[in-house]
Write a new protein. Structure first.
Length: 300
């Protein structure tokens, strides 16, 4: 009987950049011919939710942004400017000696992944984005609300309504966790199974609400992802969940998809906002297959 070789032990680090202690989680096997996948967001949340099988096929480096940095009490919006967030990712990459990477961003972090590739083109071989719309404008969110009202089943709507009725009191109980509370109580929009409780994925994750209010409320609202796309030379994979009601609808991508030089779109039929967790085997197949079909043309 054959057995897969044991994986290297996971490694956790803190990388301090500009006074922010960013958690880093390094897992998986460094595989010749495949880039390291640098995952931007909460190192804790994404390390828990990514497929275990993927660790056998490539190395994953999960990196906090400032909004998830433990002990962060900074309320200055200037500290959360887009260029500073992207600079943190680059600083972590250099400190870890990673060389060129494939960069992954889920939900709003997809904007960070794409903009990082534009800002640091020599650092990136591939861009992977999951479960986001081209922007988070007021108009896009209005389209999302119409989409939910017109297509979600009554049971899903009823569960969401009950949860939203609890939301103000739940946020008032612990304002510092407002982002996580919102994510948990909007589960009927975020999960294929509308009753799924994601609390264990968020356990121990810290958030800075000044960062989320500014970045999600202003930066991502006003972002223009088409700016600089003509200079983006790396392939891009966009992964979407068929039942994702948490972000504006997938059809909004039609207006910008032709602006990408090399864009592949994959839709997961039994997923909502987290195909890496909801359909891990299919996510593994799609991601690895796409990476292998789009080998890097660059070298360090």
């Amino acid at each position: 009987m054959s057995h897969e070789a044991a994986l290297p032990a996971p490694e956790s680090r803190l990388v301090t950049v500009d006074g922010f202690a960013l958690q880093v989680r390094i897992e998986g096997r460094d595989t010749p011919g495949r880039p390291v996948l640098l995952v931007i967001g909460s190192a804790l949340y994404y390390a828990r939710s990514f497929p275990t099988t993927l660790r056998q096929k490539m190395q994953l480096v999960f990196v906090d942004h400032r909004g998830f940095a433990p002990g962060n009490h900074c309320t200055d919006p200037a500290a959360y400017a887009l260029d500073r967030l992207l600079g943190d990712v680059e600083a972590v990459r250099l400190r870890l000696g990673l060389g060129q990477v494939a960069v992954f961003g889920h939900s709003g972090h997809g904007f960070l992944a794409l903009e990082y590739a534009k800002a640091y083109p020599d650092a990136v071989t591939h861009v992977v984005m999951a479960c986001l719309s081209p922007d988070y404008s007021v108009a896009a969110h209005e389209a999302g609300e119409r989409h939910f009202a017109e297509t979600a089943c009554p049971d899903r709507k009823a569960l969401l309504a009950a949860n939203l009725a609890r939301l103000p009191a739940a946020i008032a109980d612990d304002p510092s966790r407002a982002f996580i509370t919102y994510c948990l109580l909007t589960g009927p929009k975020a999960w294929f199974d509308p009753t799924f409780d994601a609390a264990r994925l968020w356990a121990g994750v810290e958030t800075n609400m000044a960062m989320f209010d500014h970045v999600w409320g202003t930066v991502f609202r006003d972002i223009d992802i088409t700016r600089g796309l003509d200079r983006l030379a790396v392939p891009v994979l966009l992964m979407l969940g068929r039942h994702d009601y948490l972000v504006p609808p997938a059809w909004l991508w039609e207006a910008v998809r032709d602006r990408f030089a090399d864009l592949t779109i994959r839709v997961f039929e039994h997923s909502a906002h987290a195909p890496f967790f909801e359909e891990p085997d299919q996510f593994d197949v799609e991601l690895v297959g796409w990476l292998d079909a789009h080998p890097s043309l660059r070298s360090d």
